[in-house]
Design a protein around this ligand. Structure first.
Ligand SMILES: NC(=O)c1ccc[n+]([C@@H]2O[C@H](COP(=O)([O-])OP(=O)(O)OC[C@H]3O[C@@H](n4cnc5c(N)ncnc54)[C@H](OP(=O)(O)O)[C@@H]3O)[C@@H](O)[C@H]2O)c1
Length: 344
Protein backbone atom coordinates (compact mmCIF):
# COMPACT_ATOMS: atom_id res chain seq x y z
CA UNK A 1 0.00 0.00 0.00
CA UNK A 2 1.35 3.46 -0.89
CA UNK A 3 1.71 5.64 2.15
CA UNK A 4 -0.40 8.77 2.26
CA UNK A 5 1.35 11.98 1.18
CA UNK A 6 0.75 15.64 1.84
CA UNK A 7 0.05 17.47 -1.45
CA UNK A 8 1.82 20.85 -1.33
CA UNK A 9 1.38 24.20 -3.01
CA UNK A 10 3.89 27.08 -2.97
CA UNK A 11 2.24 30.43 -2.34
CA UNK A 12 4.54 32.82 -4.29
CA UNK A 13 7.63 32.40 -6.44
CA UNK A 14 10.01 33.57 -3.69
CA UNK A 15 13.73 32.79 -3.78
CA UNK A 16 13.47 30.77 -0.58
CA UNK A 17 11.29 28.23 -2.41
CA UNK A 18 14.54 26.88 -3.90
CA UNK A 19 15.36 25.45 -0.45
CA UNK A 20 11.94 23.89 0.08
CA UNK A 21 11.46 22.38 -3.39
CA UNK A 22 14.22 19.72 -2.99
CA UNK A 23 12.84 18.87 0.45
CA UNK A 24 9.34 18.41 -0.99
CA UNK A 25 10.75 16.17 -3.72
CA UNK A 26 13.17 14.11 -1.64
CA UNK A 27 11.03 13.33 1.42
CA UNK A 28 8.66 10.38 1.27
CA UNK A 29 5.45 11.89 2.55
CA UNK A 30 5.36 15.07 0.43
CA UNK A 31 4.32 15.78 -3.12
CA UNK A 32 4.81 19.15 -4.83
CA UNK A 33 1.62 19.82 -6.79
CA UNK A 34 1.60 23.52 -7.66
CA UNK A 35 2.88 27.06 -7.43
CA UNK A 36 0.85 30.29 -7.29
CA UNK A 37 1.92 33.75 -8.33
CA UNK A 38 0.20 37.11 -8.70
CA UNK A 39 0.76 36.70 -12.42
CA UNK A 40 -0.22 33.68 -14.55
CA UNK A 41 2.75 34.08 -16.90
CA UNK A 42 5.20 34.20 -13.98
CA UNK A 43 3.59 31.11 -12.42
CA UNK A 44 3.69 29.27 -15.78
CA UNK A 45 7.33 30.10 -16.39
CA UNK A 46 8.32 29.22 -12.82
CA UNK A 47 6.45 25.90 -12.93
CA UNK A 48 7.84 24.97 -16.34
CA UNK A 49 11.45 25.69 -15.31
CA UNK A 50 11.08 23.50 -12.21
CA UNK A 51 8.79 20.84 -13.56
CA UNK A 52 5.96 21.67 -11.14
CA UNK A 53 2.65 20.17 -12.40
CA UNK A 54 0.21 23.04 -11.72
CA UNK A 55 0.62 26.83 -12.07
CA UNK A 56 -1.99 29.26 -10.71
CA UNK A 57 -2.28 32.92 -11.75
CA UNK A 58 -3.51 34.03 -8.32
CA UNK A 59 -3.01 32.89 -4.75
CA UNK A 60 -6.81 32.49 -4.46
CA UNK A 61 -6.87 30.03 -7.37
CA UNK A 62 -4.45 27.71 -5.59
CA UNK A 63 -6.42 27.94 -2.34
CA UNK A 64 -9.52 26.87 -4.27
CA UNK A 65 -7.85 23.68 -5.58
CA UNK A 66 -9.16 20.65 -3.66
CA UNK A 67 -5.99 18.71 -4.60
CA UNK A 68 -3.80 20.90 -2.38
CA UNK A 69 -3.58 19.83 1.29
CA UNK A 70 -0.87 22.16 2.61
CA UNK A 71 0.52 25.53 1.58
CA UNK A 72 4.01 26.97 2.05
CA UNK A 73 3.71 30.73 2.55
CA UNK A 74 6.92 32.36 1.36
CA UNK A 75 5.64 35.93 1.07
CA UNK A 76 7.33 39.03 2.51
CA UNK A 77 6.75 39.20 6.27
CA UNK A 78 3.99 41.81 6.08
CA UNK A 79 1.69 39.42 4.18
CA UNK A 80 2.08 36.32 6.34
CA UNK A 81 -0.97 36.88 8.51
CA UNK A 82 -3.39 37.74 5.69
CA UNK A 83 -2.50 34.68 3.62
CA UNK A 84 -2.12 32.26 6.53
CA UNK A 85 -5.67 33.14 7.60
CA UNK A 86 -6.99 32.77 4.03
CA UNK A 87 -5.16 29.44 3.65
CA UNK A 88 -6.55 28.08 6.91
CA UNK A 89 -10.04 29.31 5.98
CA UNK A 90 -9.68 27.37 2.71
CA UNK A 91 -9.20 24.27 4.91
CA UNK A 92 -5.49 23.84 4.13
CA UNK A 93 -2.55 23.33 6.48
CA UNK A 94 -0.04 26.17 6.78
CA UNK A 95 3.75 26.23 6.83
CA UNK A 96 4.53 29.94 7.07
CA UNK A 97 7.94 31.53 6.75
CA UNK A 98 9.63 33.27 9.66
CA UNK A 99 8.97 35.60 11.37
CA UNK A 100 5.46 34.19 11.68
CA UNK A 101 3.95 37.70 11.85
CA UNK A 102 4.74 41.27 12.81
CA UNK A 103 2.53 41.67 15.89
CA UNK A 104 1.15 39.46 18.66
CA UNK A 105 -2.38 40.28 17.47
CA UNK A 106 -1.51 38.89 14.03
CA UNK A 107 -0.19 35.67 15.61
CA UNK A 108 -3.45 35.33 17.56
CA UNK A 109 -5.51 35.85 14.42
CA UNK A 110 -3.52 33.09 12.64
CA UNK A 111 -3.94 30.75 15.60
CA UNK A 112 -7.71 31.35 15.69
CA UNK A 113 -7.98 30.66 11.96
CA UNK A 114 -6.07 27.38 12.36
CA UNK A 115 -8.27 26.36 15.29
CA UNK A 116 -11.60 27.15 13.66
CA UNK A 117 -10.59 25.14 10.57
CA UNK A 118 -8.81 22.35 12.45
CA UNK A 119 -5.61 22.69 10.43
CA UNK A 120 -1.94 22.64 11.41
CA UNK A 121 -0.05 25.93 11.40
CA UNK A 122 3.67 26.08 11.94
CA UNK A 123 6.41 28.67 11.54
CA UNK A 124 9.12 27.63 9.06
CA UNK A 125 12.00 28.36 11.44
CA UNK A 126 14.04 25.60 9.79
CA UNK A 127 16.80 25.38 12.41
CA UNK A 128 14.21 24.18 14.96
CA UNK A 129 13.66 20.98 12.95
CA UNK A 130 17.34 20.05 12.58
CA UNK A 131 18.87 17.38 14.86
CA UNK A 132 21.62 19.85 15.77
CA UNK A 133 19.15 21.97 17.70
CA UNK A 134 17.86 18.95 19.63
CA UNK A 135 21.48 18.07 20.52
CA UNK A 136 22.11 21.56 21.90
CA UNK A 137 18.94 21.32 23.97
CA UNK A 138 19.98 17.88 25.24
CA UNK A 139 23.45 19.11 26.26
CA UNK A 140 22.00 22.11 28.07
CA UNK A 141 19.33 20.02 29.83
CA UNK A 142 21.91 17.41 30.92
CA UNK A 143 23.89 20.12 32.72
CA UNK A 144 26.90 19.82 30.38
CA UNK A 145 27.69 23.54 30.77
CA UNK A 146 26.15 24.14 34.21
CA UNK A 147 23.78 27.10 34.42
CA UNK A 148 23.66 29.33 31.33
CA UNK A 149 24.65 32.86 32.27
CA UNK A 150 25.41 34.38 28.86
CA UNK A 151 24.43 33.73 25.25
CA UNK A 152 26.24 35.56 22.46
CA UNK A 153 25.55 35.39 18.76
CA UNK A 154 26.21 37.04 15.41
CA UNK A 155 24.29 36.59 12.16
CA UNK A 156 25.19 38.73 9.18
CA UNK A 157 25.67 38.99 5.45
CA UNK A 158 25.98 41.78 2.86
CA UNK A 159 22.61 42.66 1.37
CA UNK A 160 23.46 43.73 -2.16
CA UNK A 161 20.01 43.68 -3.77
CA UNK A 162 18.78 47.33 -3.71
CA UNK A 163 15.11 46.43 -4.27
CA UNK A 164 15.05 43.62 -1.71
CA UNK A 165 11.84 43.12 0.32
CA UNK A 166 14.13 43.22 3.40
CA UNK A 167 14.60 46.99 2.85
CA UNK A 168 10.90 47.87 2.70
CA UNK A 169 9.51 48.97 6.07
CA UNK A 170 5.91 48.62 4.85
CA UNK A 171 6.19 44.83 4.51
CA UNK A 172 8.33 43.89 7.50
CA UNK A 173 11.83 44.73 6.28
CA UNK A 174 14.77 44.93 8.66
CA UNK A 175 17.70 42.85 9.90
CA UNK A 176 16.00 42.04 13.23
CA UNK A 177 12.92 40.58 11.56
CA UNK A 178 15.03 38.76 9.00
CA UNK A 179 18.05 37.51 10.97
CA UNK A 180 17.64 38.45 14.62
CA UNK A 181 14.44 36.44 14.78
CA UNK A 182 16.62 33.28 14.80
CA UNK A 183 18.92 34.58 17.53
CA UNK A 184 15.99 35.57 19.73
CA UNK A 185 14.30 32.23 19.06
CA UNK A 186 17.36 30.12 19.95
CA UNK A 187 18.03 32.16 23.11
CA UNK A 188 14.43 31.68 24.30
CA UNK A 189 14.57 27.99 23.44
CA UNK A 190 17.77 27.45 25.44
CA UNK A 191 16.45 29.31 28.47
CA UNK A 192 12.87 28.01 28.10
CA UNK A 193 11.39 31.45 28.72
CA UNK A 194 10.74 34.84 27.27
CA UNK A 195 13.09 37.57 28.47
CA UNK A 196 11.84 39.91 31.18
CA UNK A 197 13.23 43.00 29.48
CA UNK A 198 15.37 44.08 26.55
CA UNK A 199 17.57 46.95 25.39
CA UNK A 200 18.69 47.59 21.85
CA UNK A 201 20.35 49.87 19.30
CA UNK A 202 20.01 49.97 15.55
CA UNK A 203 21.61 51.51 12.45
CA UNK A 204 18.86 52.51 10.04
CA UNK A 205 18.51 53.85 6.53
CA UNK A 206 16.31 56.80 5.60
CA UNK A 207 13.15 54.69 5.37
CA UNK A 208 13.69 53.56 8.97
CA UNK A 209 14.73 49.99 8.18
CA UNK A 210 17.47 48.57 10.44
CA UNK A 211 20.57 47.39 8.58
CA UNK A 212 22.41 46.43 11.76
CA UNK A 213 20.70 45.64 15.05
CA UNK A 214 22.28 45.01 18.46
CA UNK A 215 20.05 43.59 21.19
CA UNK A 216 20.33 42.46 24.79
CA UNK A 217 17.77 40.33 26.62
CA UNK A 218 17.60 39.74 30.37
CA UNK A 219 16.01 36.50 31.58
CA UNK A 220 14.54 35.73 35.01
CA UNK A 221 16.96 32.83 35.64
CA UNK A 222 19.87 35.28 35.83
CA UNK A 223 21.05 34.98 32.24
CA UNK A 224 21.57 37.55 29.50
CA UNK A 225 21.64 37.07 25.74
CA UNK A 226 23.49 39.55 23.53
CA UNK A 227 23.28 39.51 19.78
CA UNK A 228 24.11 41.47 16.65
CA UNK A 229 22.55 40.88 13.26
CA UNK A 230 23.45 42.79 10.13
CA UNK A 231 22.92 43.27 6.40
CA UNK A 232 26.23 45.13 6.35
CA UNK A 233 28.76 42.46 7.22
CA UNK A 234 30.82 39.82 5.51
CA UNK A 235 28.87 36.57 5.74
CA UNK A 236 29.39 35.35 9.31
CA UNK A 237 27.35 33.41 11.86
CA UNK A 238 28.20 31.98 15.25
CA UNK A 239 26.53 31.34 18.58
CA UNK A 240 27.89 30.58 22.06
CA UNK A 241 26.00 29.35 25.09
CA UNK A 242 28.23 30.11 28.06
CA UNK A 243 27.51 28.44 31.38
CA UNK A 244 28.99 28.18 34.86
CA UNK A 245 31.02 25.05 33.99
CA UNK A 246 31.24 24.97 30.20
CA UNK A 247 30.45 26.46 26.81
CA UNK A 248 28.73 25.28 23.65
CA UNK A 249 29.84 26.84 20.37
CA UNK A 250 27.90 26.55 17.08
CA UNK A 251 29.53 27.44 13.76
CA UNK A 252 26.31 27.25 11.68
CA UNK A 253 23.62 27.80 14.33
CA UNK A 254 20.63 28.26 12.02
CA UNK A 255 21.50 25.44 9.62
CA UNK A 256 20.98 27.74 6.63
CA UNK A 257 23.96 26.34 4.73
CA UNK A 258 24.72 23.17 2.85
CA UNK A 259 27.95 22.15 4.54
CA UNK A 260 28.22 20.14 7.78
CA UNK A 261 27.90 22.07 11.03
CA UNK A 262 29.65 21.52 14.36
CA UNK A 263 28.52 21.70 17.97
CA UNK A 264 31.63 22.08 20.11
CA UNK A 265 31.44 21.38 23.82
CA UNK A 266 34.04 22.97 26.08
CA UNK A 267 34.16 22.12 29.77
CA UNK A 268 36.01 23.33 32.80
CA UNK A 269 39.12 21.29 33.56
CA UNK A 270 39.83 19.68 36.91
CA UNK A 271 43.46 20.79 37.08
CA UNK A 272 45.47 23.92 36.38
CA UNK A 273 43.62 26.22 38.78
CA UNK A 274 44.87 29.78 38.32
CA UNK A 275 45.53 32.39 40.95
CA UNK A 276 41.97 33.64 40.49
CA UNK A 277 40.45 30.20 41.15
CA UNK A 278 39.30 29.59 37.58
CA UNK A 279 40.00 26.33 35.80
CA UNK A 280 41.01 26.28 32.15
CA UNK A 281 38.29 25.06 29.79
CA UNK A 282 39.08 22.62 27.03
CA UNK A 283 37.31 21.13 24.03
CA UNK A 284 35.87 17.80 25.20
CA UNK A 285 33.58 16.85 22.28
CA UNK A 286 32.58 17.88 18.75
CA UNK A 287 29.25 16.75 17.31
CA UNK A 288 28.98 17.13 13.53
CA UNK A 289 25.66 17.37 11.66
CA UNK A 290 24.82 16.96 8.01
CA UNK A 291 24.24 20.24 6.14
CA UNK A 292 21.34 21.18 3.90
CA UNK A 293 18.76 18.94 5.51
CA UNK A 294 16.93 21.30 7.89
CA UNK A 295 14.23 21.92 5.26
CA UNK A 296 13.75 18.17 4.78
CA UNK A 297 13.22 17.73 8.53
CA UNK A 298 10.76 20.63 8.43
CA UNK A 299 8.70 18.98 5.67
CA UNK A 300 8.78 15.64 7.49
CA UNK A 301 7.62 17.31 10.70
CA UNK A 302 4.67 18.88 8.87
CA UNK A 303 3.73 15.44 7.48
CA UNK A 304 3.91 13.97 10.99
CA UNK A 305 1.57 16.66 12.35
CA UNK A 306 -0.86 16.53 9.41
CA UNK A 307 -0.98 12.77 8.86
CA UNK A 308 -0.20 11.34 12.32
CA UNK A 309 -1.40 14.12 14.61
CA UNK A 310 2.10 14.72 16.04
CA UNK A 311 2.52 17.86 18.14
CA UNK A 312 4.08 20.63 16.00
CA UNK A 313 7.78 21.20 16.68
CA UNK A 314 7.23 24.98 16.73
CA UNK A 315 4.05 25.75 18.62
CA UNK A 316 2.09 28.94 17.99
CA UNK A 317 2.84 29.87 21.62
CA UNK A 318 6.56 29.67 20.87
CA UNK A 319 6.17 31.90 17.81
CA UNK A 320 4.01 34.34 19.80
CA UNK A 321 6.74 34.69 22.44
CA UNK A 322 9.27 35.38 19.70
CA UNK A 323 7.15 38.10 18.12
CA UNK A 324 6.49 39.74 21.50
CA UNK A 325 10.26 39.83 22.13
CA UNK A 326 11.08 41.18 18.65
CA UNK A 327 8.45 43.92 19.03
CA UNK A 328 9.95 44.89 22.43
CA UNK A 329 13.45 45.01 20.89
CA UNK A 330 12.29 47.34 18.12
CA UNK A 331 10.52 49.56 20.66
CA UNK A 332 13.69 49.73 22.75
CA UNK A 333 15.87 50.69 19.78
CA UNK A 334 13.38 53.31 18.59
CA UNK A 335 12.74 54.87 22.01
CA UNK A 336 16.24 54.38 23.43
CA UNK A 337 15.08 52.77 26.69
CA UNK A 338 14.84 49.41 28.42
CA UNK A 339 11.51 47.76 27.52
CA UNK A 340 9.61 45.03 29.38
CA UNK A 341 8.53 42.11 27.21
CA UNK A 342 4.75 41.76 27.10
CA UNK A 343 3.41 38.78 29.04
CA UNK A 344 1.83 36.78 26.18
N1 LIG B 1 13.82 29.87 6.30
C1 LIG B 1 14.79 30.41 5.60
O1 LIG B 1 15.87 29.85 5.43
C2 LIG B 1 14.52 31.72 4.92
C3 LIG B 1 15.49 32.30 4.09
C4 LIG B 1 15.15 33.44 3.37
C5 LIG B 1 13.91 34.04 3.53
N2 LIG B 1 13.01 33.49 4.39
C6 LIG B 1 11.67 34.11 4.55
O2 LIG B 1 10.95 33.82 3.37
C7 LIG B 1 10.08 34.91 3.02
C8 LIG B 1 10.36 35.34 1.59
O3 LIG B 1 11.69 35.79 1.47
P1 LIG B 1 12.43 35.82 0.03
O4 LIG B 1 13.67 36.61 0.18
O5 LIG B 1 12.52 34.45 -0.50
O6 LIG B 1 11.36 36.69 -0.80
P2 LIG B 1 11.39 37.16 -2.32
O7 LIG B 1 12.37 36.35 -3.12
O8 LIG B 1 11.51 38.63 -2.34
O9 LIG B 1 9.95 36.72 -2.81
C9 LIG B 1 8.77 37.12 -2.21
C10 LIG B 1 7.62 36.71 -3.12
O10 LIG B 1 6.42 37.19 -2.55
C11 LIG B 1 5.52 37.57 -3.58
N3 LIG B 1 4.99 38.91 -3.28
C12 LIG B 1 3.72 39.22 -3.01
N4 LIG B 1 3.55 40.52 -2.77
C13 LIG B 1 4.78 41.08 -2.88
C14 LIG B 1 5.25 42.41 -2.76
N5 LIG B 1 4.44 43.44 -2.47
N6 LIG B 1 6.56 42.62 -2.93
C15 LIG B 1 7.40 41.61 -3.23
N7 LIG B 1 6.99 40.31 -3.35
C16 LIG B 1 5.69 40.06 -3.20
C17 LIG B 1 6.27 37.50 -4.92
O11 LIG B 1 5.80 36.34 -5.59
P3 LIG B 1 4.81 36.42 -6.86
O12 LIG B 1 5.29 37.59 -7.68
O13 LIG B 1 5.05 35.12 -7.52
O14 LIG B 1 3.43 36.60 -6.38
C18 LIG B 1 7.72 37.29 -4.52
O15 LIG B 1 8.38 36.42 -5.40
C19 LIG B 1 10.30 35.97 4.09
O16 LIG B 1 9.33 35.84 5.09
C20 LIG B 1 11.67 35.61 4.68
O17 LIG B 1 11.80 36.00 6.04
C21 LIG B 1 13.30 32.35 5.06
Amino acid sequence: MTEKRVRWGLLSTARINERLIPALRETERAELVGVASRSQSKADEYARARNIPRAYGSYEAMLADPDIDAVYISLPNGFHEEWAVKTADAGKHVLCEKPLALTVDEVNSMMQAARRNNVVIQEAAMYRFDPQTAKVQELIDSGAIGQIRTIQSFFGFTLKNAGDVRLDPAIGGGSLWDLGSYQVSFSRLALKANPLEVSAWQTTIEQGVDLTFCGQMRFAVGAVSQFVCSFQSVPHWEMDFIGTTGRINLDIPWKQRGEPSNVRLYQEGTSGTSAFGDNATGLVDTFTFEGGKAYHHQVDAMAASILDGATPVVSVDESRGNIATLVALYTSARENRVVKVADV
